[in-house]
Design a protein around this ligand. Structure first.
Ligand SMILES: O=C(O)C1=C[C@@H](OP(=O)(O)O)[C@@H](O)[C@H](O)C1
Ligand SMILES: C=C(OP(=O)(O)O)C(=O)O
Length: 451
């Protein structure tokens, strides 16, 4: 019997909460440590399912990774890629699948790379084609162009490959991580608009810090990577702004003061945009370098006006913005979010469907025939008492959870276990704010479509 989480509404949100460390930064640091020769340390790393998946994949590639209190120690494999002949399980992580698939091209022997049911539905064909242009020999085992794949390995030659910029930045990230291992220089040419550029910038920063020789054009459409060796580095992981967005959105919904800790304040993450968005909505945000915290003052607790946000560079806060928008008295229009239809769930459609079920006036916006954003006309509150589906996606659950906090009665949610993918202390943090949660069996819940 599936369990749902019943969550009572709250009437205030204030206190001190800890923001988890960044998932993309932790995943990149584990990878760089794996590919370098020698020992690297990753301080303040995030421990969650998706960083575990990256660790497991890197251990399969031959890295020795040990967990200590507050840091990871990684003994890398260096330039000599091992003959591993392994099945690498990337579970639901798009990043792990795409990067390991690219790296496997440089291994001496075949590797099978697979994932869970959500991963096996995601678009992979452009990456597989681009790797083939660089000399890789890859086959899809089940559905053409999808996971699982077998990469026959034998070395990546180099040359020029082409990728679209409007499906996933992870294709570019994956090739950039594998490119230094190629026999010759690698050129990547991206066609069309380049979405999620902030994630590509995080990749470029990791590679440059690791001593990789590369060049990128200003428009982020051309990349040149020289064969080079990864150097060890010790890094400290900073806060995750997508995870912070749930706490920040909750802080914006209620009057009061909220303090977020584990906040360094400087970030390449596009999702940092949640801070200026909150400021536009009338919430004050200040950073305190001495205490590594962010202070959020929300004297009014009411969000009024008409706002427009382009999320081209901050895709992961799209669901959070839909939750926040449900309470913007006026309107919130979000555009540039088309990539999110390729995420774990089609996130705009998921949020629109579930919030509509809760009585929110939200409309999906289409551009070039694809779902690209939404327009939400919010209200002071909603009756609640509904069952909402996470569509199997951790970010949909966390966003709907926040949206439910200001409703009149308890809601029930599926998918609450999935917080462990990126924000394992989610319940603990919201419990500190007084959120009361109870696990209930699905058959006891009122009727409602739960995917
Ligand atoms: O490189 C990364 O760590 C990520 C890149 C982005 O992917 P898309 O470009 O597919 O949106 C982001 O949404 C994902 O959560 C993590
Ligand atoms: C989409 C996400 O990750 P990935 O693309 O790596 O599966 C995510 O963190 O929500």
């Amino acid at each position: 019997m599936r369990m749902l989480l019943k969550v009572d509404p709250i009437d205030s949100f204030s206190g001190t909460f800890r923001v988890p460390s960044s998932k993309p930064e932790t995943q990149r640091a584990i990878l760089v440590g794996t590919l370098a020769e020698g020992t690297s340390r990753v301080y303040n790393d995030l421990r969650c399912d998706e960083t575990e998946t990256m660790k497991a994949a890197c251990r399969a590639l031959g890295a020795e990774i040990t967990e200590h209190e507050g840091f990871l120690e990684i003994k890398g494999i260096g330039g000599t890629l091992p003959d591993i002949r392994r099945v690498v399980q990337s579970r639901g992580s798009g990043l792990v699948f795409r990067i390991v698939t690219a790296l496997a091209s440089a291994l001496p022997s075949p590797t099978v790379v697979t994932g869970d049911a959500t991963l096996r539905k995601r678009v992979m064909a452009p990456l597989l084609d681009a790797l083939r242009e660089l000399g890789a020999d890859i086959e899809s085992i089940a559905d053409e162009g999808k996971a699982p794949i077998v990469n026959w390995g034998g070395g990546l030659k180099g040359g020029t490959c082409r990728l679209p910029g409007d499906i996933s930045s992870q294709f570019i990230t994956a090739i950039l991580f594998a490119a230094p291992l190629a026999e010759g220089p690698v050129e990547i040419e991206v066609t069309g608009e380049v979405y999620s550029q902030s994630y590509i910038r995080q990749t470029l920063a990791s590679l440059t810090d690791a001593g990789i020789k590369l060049a990128v054009s200003e428009d982020m459409r051309h990349y040149h990577v020289e064969p080079s060796h990864y150097q060890t580095q010790d890094v400290t992981i900073h806060e995750d702004y997508t995870s912070a967005s749930y706490l920040l959105a909750a802080a914006a919904l209620f009057p009061g003061r909220t303090v977020l800790t584990n906040v360094y304040g400087d970030s390449l993450q596009g999702e940092f945009a949640i801070v200026p968005i909150l400021e536009k909505l009338g919430v004050s945000v200040t950073f305190d370098e001495d205490t590594l915290s962010m202070i959020v003052d929300n004297p009014e607790g009411s969000l009024c006006g008409d706002f427009e946000v382009d999320v081209m560079d901050c895709p992961n806060i799209v669901p959070t913005l839909a939750a926040l928008g449900a309470y913007v008295q006026g309107s919130l229009k979000v555009t540039g979010g088309r990539l999110t239809r390729f995420h774990k769930a089609s996130r705009i459609e998921a949020m629109a469907a579930e919030l509509t079920r809760a009585g929110v006036d939200i409309e999906v916006l289409y551009a070039d025939g694809v779902c690209d954003g939404f327009l939400v006309r919010g209200a002071q509150t909603y009756p609640g008492g509904v069952t909402l589906s996470s569509w199997g996606d951790h970010r949909i659950f966390m966003s709907l959870f926040v949206a439910g906090l200001r409703m009149q009665s308890a809601n029930r949610f599926s998918g609450f276990e999935d917080v462990k993918l990126s924000f394992p202390s989610f319940m603990e943090e919201f419990t500190k704010a007084g959120a009361r949660t109870t696990a209930v069996e699905e058959e006891d819940a009122p009727a409602g479509a739960v995917a």
